[in-house]
Design a protein. Structure first.
Length: 450
């Protein structure tokens, strides 16, 4: 039974009517206000509150794939798919169709509200050991941190392409206050809160690894994994490398794609999976079914990922084999974070030998490995950095990383043609507008202050 099926089978039998109210959205600024008071007492009840948020955690990180250079729309795409995703694919953010399936807003703040409630009431939790309560509260801090991290990367300028302290970020919710109408904070303030919450989580998390089926929950290693990703997005290379090395030390396992019959790395049972929370193919399986030819060309001869991730349909087209996984953090991403950070710090040899080569040994056949090592041996720093970004594209394909990698690095201009008209994503358009529902609920949302 996969992770989401297990989540769906959770019986939240101990939730009373008033508690259910907080799990139901109502009209307000963030649309997460509960209609009644939250009544929870036992550790089991608080665990069920958090399990609800795990179950309904948004899949927006994966939905960003529609906006990247990873795919082209298939000729087999249904009319309902076009209604839902065409404007996203064409980057028509100014006046999208009412049928467009857009990114979450209320779900993130709903999860943040519940995380805040658990944090604020931790001393009132009964019928649970101190260790159990500590783990639960640690997960709540991670939930709040991760939601704010994803929000600021969807709806604010990338940290590496703005003045973070003087650039509008997103609203931060740090209290379970149903009447709060916060202004946006700066990009810098949001990132600092993300890092602070990671540190608070790290003090409390005490489970290193959940069993398959419960590994959608945050664990001790996930704190360092999110810290590594956060510092990478900030361009703080030494901190990113330090955090990544800590993850690799604790969780070095990689799936070997040279062995037949093994698991794909994004499988929730994969040896390299750290947190199996976000699902990659929800509502997108019929849209994301035709990888773009230029993206396929990133894979060189002997790269096992080309045949394990994709199926060749004709001489020029492929379909997607990968893309039905559950994975928020896994080891391969962290190896690539370490490689990028080491390269940025000028340690090209270490980037290749310590982090890229261990990954390539599990992804390339012997001949391709030799070719790759020879190729990078003469690269300059800038050339190796580009190779690492391309390697992230190859390795993390269709897992929701590409959009964020493009926006934090070169922000290339992308073009698409649909029904004879050309559409362009300009470098300054890698940030999405606040959702209409949020602006209508709070016209002051674009204002910001510490």
């Amino acid at each position: 039974m996969n992770t989401k099926h297990i989540l769906r089978s959770l019986v939240i039998s101990c939730l009373c009517g008033n508690l259910i109210a907080v799990l139901t959205s109502c009209d307000n600024f963030l649309d997460i206000t509960p209609t009644g008071k939250v009544i929870a007492s036992t550790g089991e009840e608080y665990r069920n509150m958090l399990s609800y948020e795990y179950k309904y955690f948004p899949n927006d990180r994966y939905m960003t794939t529609v906006r990247t250079d990873e795919l082209k729309l298939s000729g087999q795409t249904s009319s309902s798919d076009l209604d839902a995703y065409l404007d996203l694919w064409l980057w028509k953010d100014e006046n999208p169709s009412p049928t467009t399936s857009y990114f979450s807003w209320r779900s993130y703040y709903h999860a943040i509200y519940i995380a805040n409630y658990i944090i604020e009431h931790q001393n009132e939790i009964s019928d649970a050991s101190a260790k159990t309560i500590s783990q639960l509260v640690g997960e709540a801090y991670m939930m709040r941190s991760y939601c704010h991290f994803l929000l600021v990367n969807l709806y604010a300028e990338p940290y590496t392409h703005c003045s973070p302290a003087t650039t509008r970020g997103v609203p931060m919710m740090l209290e379970a206050d149903v009447n709060a109408i916060p202004l946006s904070s700066s990009v810098e303030a949001v990132y600092q809160q993300v890092l602070s919450d990671i540190s608070e989580a790290e003090k409390r998390l005490n489970i290193d690894k959940w069993e398959a089926g419960e590994n959608y929950r945050f664990n001790t290693i996930s704190a360092q994994a999110l810290r590594a990703r956060t510092y990478l997005y900030m361009g703080r290379w030494q901190e990113a490398l330090t955090a990544a090395k800590a993850v690799i030390s604790a969780h070095p396992e990689l799936e070997d794609l040279n062995v037949s019959g093994g698991l794909l790395p994004d499988n929730y049972k994969s040896a390299e999976n750290i947190v199996a929370l976000e699902h990659f193919s929800t509502n997108l399986s019929t849209v994301i079914n035709l990888p773009a030819p230029d993206f396929i060309n990133l894979y060189r001869t002997g790269d096992q990922r080309k045949t394990k991730y994709f199926k060749r349909e004709t001489s020029t087209t492929y379909s997607l084999l990968k893309g039905d996984g559950y994975c928020s953090f896994r080891a391969a991403e962290v190896y690539l974070t370490a490689a990028e950070a080491a390269c940025q710090l000028g340690d090209l040899t270490g980037a290749v030998s310590n982090y890229l080569t261990p990954l390539w040994q599990k992804r390339l056949n012997a001949s391709a490995l030799t070719t790759e090592q020879t190729l990078v041996s003469t690269m300059t720093k800038d050339e190796l950095l580009q190779e690492i970004i391309d390697e992230r594209a190859r390795e993390l394909a269709f897992e929701g990383h590409r959009w964020y990698d493009l926006r934090r690095t070169t922000r290339p201009a992308l073009t698409r043609t649909w029904t004879g008209q050309t559409y362009t994503l300009a470098p300054n358009k890698y940030t999405m507008r606040f959702p209409t529902e949020a602006v209508e609920s709070n016209p002051e949302i674009e204002r910001w202050g510490e």
